[in-house]
Design a protein around this ligand. Structure first.
Ligand SMILES: Nc1ncnc2c1ncn2[C@@H]1O[C@H](COP(=O)(O)OP(=O)(O)OP(=O)(O)O)[C@@H](O)[C@H]1O
Ligand SMILES: [Mg+2]
Length: 274
């Protein structure tokens, strides 16, 4: 069987000029090479929900950027849906990124002076159409964006600006933006890094729902408690994949959220009594 993600021997080196070059030294003597990924093999099937863990600097974001076609490896091969990404021309590369992948970042990355609806419509403006596809008109774009916002439970916040939304709501707008083009993959780099427990559970619940509907999700997290909502956990260390395990009994985020809310409400009541 062919995996939808097939990475073999992926390396990524960053070459940097040293800040204090020595006078008279040959120019390449002052180049520092950072080995961010040192030969990663990684396979994933359609419909998986994978957590990527590992200490700071171990190469998680570098791996995500390559998975999401934001960056190319220095060595190795990466097949996404059967397409060899590293040797594809820039148009194919951009098409894959735009149509197959939805990104969610730790810092939401929403445009501040733009409403939730307009933020979600944005990828549709830049939508790269196949030769046989028609461009989407304004009405179709708006309808799709509204539908995506409904899917994340924000139908009643479409005209709000990011500053008028809570952190969890902003991240849900970002998720609506990630799914508006109906990508097969959702890549999320520490999506709950800036959120409290309740909001993090909401986002995990949303990911689990999307995963049940067939989306393949790959998510970076530092928290084992959050990785427990995915179905597989891989760990990186010093640019190498050091473990790959299946989650035996995946936790249900919406159930845990309900329990958390009750406990929270009880505590809130008590603190008012004090
Ligand atoms: N643009 C860059 N130029 C040079 N070195 C970089 C660059 N991006 C990352 N690195 C280096 O590559 C290594 C891996 O970085 P990466 O951002 O992938 O780590 P990470 O696992 O995502 O860490 P964190 O948990 O802190 O986000 C680090 O040593 C980092 O300093
Ligand atoms: Mg990172």
């Amino acid at each position: 069987m062919i995996s939808v993600i097939e990475m073999l021997g992926i390396k990524r080196e960053y070459r940097m000029e040293a800040s204090t070059p020595k006078a008279g030294a040959p120019s390449n003597a002052d180049t520092v090479v950072v080995h961010a990924l040192r030969g990663v093999d990684f396979f994933a099937e359609a419909g998986e929900f994978v957590s990527v863990m590992g200490p700071s600097g171990s190469g998680k974001s570098t791996l995500m950027n390559i998975l999401g076609c934001l960056d190319k490896p220095s060595a190795g091969t990466y097949f996404l849906d059967g397409i060899e990404t590293s040797s594809s021309d820039s148009d194919t590369f951009a098409y894959i990124r735009n149509r197959k992948i939805g990104f969610v970042f730790q810092s939401f990355n929403l445009l501040a002076r733009t409403t939730a609806l307009e933020n979600v419509e944005l990828p549709l403006f830049y939508r790269r159409a196949n030769k046989d596809e028609k461009k989407l008109g304004a009405r179709a774009r708006k309808e799709r964006a509204m539908q995506a916002l409904e899917e994340v439970g924000l139908a009643n916040r479409m005209d709000h600006f990011p500053s008028q939304l809570s952190g969890g709501q902003q991240q849900r707008v970002a998720i609506a933006r990630a799914i508006v083009n109906d990508p097969a993959f959702i890549l999320a780099d520490e999506p709950t890094g800036n959120l409290d427990t309740g909001m993090s559970l909401e986002i995990m619940g949303l990911f689990q729902q999307l995963n049940k509907r067939g989306k393949t999700i790959i998510m970076v997290t530092h928290e084992l408690e959050l990785a427990a909502y995915s179905r597989r956990i891989i760990a990186l260390r010093d640019g190498k994949l050091v473990s790959d395990i299946n989650v035996e009994d995946q936790r249900d985020a919406l159930k845990d959220l309900a329990v958390w809310k009750k406990k929270h409400a009880r505590l809130a009541e008590k603190t008012h009594e004090l």
